[in-house]
Write a protein of this length. Sequence first.
Length: 456
Amino acid sequence: MNLFRAPAAARAAKTLDRSLFSHTVPTAAACVRDNKLITKYRKELERTRELITIDKYNCIVPSPDLSAQGKKCLVLRPEVKPSVPETWSQTLREASDLGDVKVVPYDVQIDYSLWNYLDVLKAILPEELLEGDVPVGFNSAGHIAHLNLREPYLEYKHLIAEVLVDKNSSIRTVINKIDNVGDENEFRTFSYEVLAGPDDMLVEVSEASCVFKFDYSKVYWNTKLGTEHQRLDALFQPGEVVADIMAGVGPFAVPAGKKGVFVWANDKNPESYKYLNEAIKRNKVSEFVKGFNQDGHEFIRKAADLVLKASQDGSHALVQPAKVSRTSSAPRPAPTRVPVPPTISHFVMNLPASAIEFLHNFKGLYQGHEKLFTPYTSTKLPTVHVHCFATKGEEAKPHEEIIQRIHKELGVTFTPGDSDKENEVSIYNVRDVAPKKTMYCASFRLPPEIAFAARE
């Protein structure tokens, strides 16, 4: 039996009437002789799948028999009929024969609070819309849910938003994107409309034990990239330098700084730069992370020059030692001095719509500084991590497409493989962003003929 059958009056309604979602389901309950037996029979009835299972519903209820005050019952599924033992499991029949339980009629009150988001949408949307992709997915940032509704669902956008707020306790505001990220604004911000809740875009989010606070309408943030942030950060070693060319508010840079990685973090968007600096300060990583507000094309080479000069000038981070116990008489150790190395170990380029088009700027990155790297030292040339979009599908060959685009910018032909090997590129599938569009991260070691070429 479907406990959440759609009320006919709710179908294609223009307003949300929550009372329509209330109804009574006649079922049964197994009332125990002794409350000490509740745990035993709950486990056994779960095993026989006779116990009712509804999110937010407690299957242990007071006995409906007024003469058995204080006794507890276990609510059963509607398929279990109190007057038809043939619908009972062997376990339930044996418990009844022993006198441990008594199966009695019981009415379950279903109301709007017990319905989940998807069931409500399936009840209110026209049946022809249920054949497509019902809008269940959304991005979130703090208290904001960000929808990207397709045309057929726009007529019901306010209803959808209202239900979303009802069914997600952390969401207060629902917005709908009304243009394409990257197509309308170079900073990857977008125009939006508020569908439910206050027009409050100032959010606070936590990721990788770091706190970020920003205006969601003025910067780019995607919670679904959290795994990718952590994946790349795991590659960075303490004491290395990372150049984050399109850093946003710092989801790569700030966590890396927390583990002792130097990060030169840049973003062209003045708002992102502002919130990046706030995150650096809030998360106490200013010894390792520096913010910049420059064009990414120019910053690639400038970062290499700035890091080299910082190293030559003796720049360093001071890491404070752990606090000494109050009861200890030992003096507190002196701070640890971590010098800035002369070269960058990793470049991160998280602008998938166009980051590959920045690669030509690596030509001449370390012109005249060959002796900083192998074979003169043990230092390898930087690894470049460039995010991009590529077409997916049965006939699509995204890896070939990505390699061709890299070749167009650098004039170097890479082959799929290990990013640590010469002229090989590893291509990681980050996430699907549309039915025929996937985000990838291509990682490769910068070839010497590019790094030491004459600067254009």
